[in-house]
Structures are given as C-alpha cells and as structure tokens.
Ligand binder design. Structure first.
Ligand code: 5RP
Length: 244
C-alpha cells in the first residue's frame, strides 16, 4: 500500500470524530488536504472551521465551508492535523509545510487534538525529521549558533516565507531525549516565533494508518494500563494459593 493511500485511510478515520454543530480546527499539509477533500461527507455537521494556513483556507472555501477566526470561535472542540513525526507519548514534530505557528496556536486553543499520520512517521525518538523553527530574520544567525550549541545543524529553508512573513530554520541531527525541555529552551531564544516540537501541547489522540488498518493510540495506552491491572489482580489472586 502506498503512502498516499494510507493518508486517505487515516483522513477517513478522522471524519468519525466530527459531531453535529461542530466548530473544527484544521491543520495543514497533504494529509490534511486528503481530510478536507472528504469533508463533503460530513459537511452538514460542520458549523465553521478555524484554519491554520492560507492553503487550507483556500481549500475549505472551495468546499463552501465557513471560515471563522479564533477570536470568533473561542475554544475549539476539535482540531485535526497531520505531523512529520510522532512518538508513543503522542508528542510531535510539525512544520514540514511551514504552518507550525498557527497550528500551535490552534492546537493550544482546542479541547481535543486528533493527529493523523501514516506509520512511516511513527518513531521511537523524535528528531530524525529536521526540527523547523520559525524565526524573525534579524535573529537568524544567533539562533543558528544557539542550535549548533545543542549539536544541531541549522539549514535555512530556501525560497520560503511563512504565512506570517518569517523565515524557517530546519535543524538537522538533533538528539531529542527530552522534547518538553527542548521545546521550552528553543522558545526562550529571542527571535524565535515558534518551534515545531508539539510536546507541551501534544496530540490527545493519534491515528496511525498502516498497511491494513488504523491504530488509535489513546486506546493502546488504555489497553496497556488494563492489562497491567489485570496482571496485578492475577498476582494477588495467585498469592491466595501460594503458602511456602
Ligand atoms: C505543516 C505540518 C504538517 O502537518 C506536516 O508537515 C505533515 O504534512 P504531510 O501531511 O504533508 O506529510 O506540520 O506545517
């Protein structure tokens, strides 16, 4: 099964989270584009969308879906977005498409963040995908030096300006052992608009498409906890019969 078919599969699975009268936050990227393509199926349920990029806004408008601002929506019940990498804590690297800042703002304003990826993006440790940082131009060299101090290799994204009018540095080679700590550390550098680590506001539900089906990651955590409780229960039961 090719990657684009997996994107369609996981996008379809996300439709199931949309409830009647829903105000929907919409991310950006090719997986989200697949999701927007499918929205005709649930359009009557959607009251309006808050969009994270000019491109997503354009695609939503083509579907005659009402776009509202975050100021109009207030808290958003559901946010759907893709990612470039995700780990088993549902922490993410995002920003491959350059929309990380608006995505982070909308994710932060959302009650439930459903992240949709294919299994090529599910990793043990974040950092193989270069970490995008949106930066005010004047701070470019300072931030690049700071990131080299963290053993990263900064590369300016060529011919690219974000929807907010800033540049992006993609940081290669990072060994991200503590995503929350690194996210905070980069946020503290003057001139950083935002960085692509979504660890403080991670996904609530991670949907991962593999060859055959969709794995739902909050369910897997729940299953592990239940199995552990069952194990403890069995252990205490067996001790009733074990008298050395
Ligand atoms: C854009 C993003 C995207 O969600 C991320 O790059 C994944 O994109 P795609 O679905 O095309 O692989 O963060 O800023």
């Amino acid at each position: 099964m090719n990657q684009s078919h997996k994107k369609d599969l996981v996008a379809e699975a996300a439709l199931g989270y949309i409830e009647n009268g829903c105000i929907l936050g919409i991310g950006s990227g090719s997986t989200v584009n697949c999701f927007i393509n499918l929205l005709d199926k649930v359009k009557p349920k959607i009251e309006a969308c808050v969009s994270s990029s000019e491109l997503s806004t354009q695609l939503l408008k083509e579907k005659n879906i009402r776009i509202i601002t975050l100021a109009e929506s207030g808290k958003i019940p559901l946010y759907i977005d893709g990612a470039d990498e995700a780990n088993n804590h549902k922490q993410l690297i995002k920003g491959g498409g350059g929309a990380l800042t608006r995505e982070k703002i909308i994710a932060q304003a959302s009650d439930k963040f459903v992240c949709i990826i294919d299994d090529t993006k599910y990793v043990k440790q974040l950092g193989k995908f270069p970490l995008p940082i949106e930066v005010i131009k004047i701070a470019q060299s300072q931030i690049a030096i700071n990131m080299m101090g963290l053993d990263g290799r900064p590369v300016l994204r060529e011919n690219f300006i974000t929807d907010n009018g800033h540049i992006i540095l993609d940081i290669h080679n990072l060994n991200i052992l503590e995503p929350i700590k690194l996210e905070q550390e980069i946020n503290n550098m003057p001139g950083v608009i935002s960085n692509g680590l979504f660890a403080m506001r991670k996904a609530d539900i991670l949907l991962v498409a593999d060859e055959n089906n969709i794995k739902v990651y909050w369910l897997i955590v729940l299953k592990t906890v239940l199995l552990f409780l069952l194990f403890l229960d069995l252990l205490s039961f067996s001790q009733l019969f074990w008298h050395p």
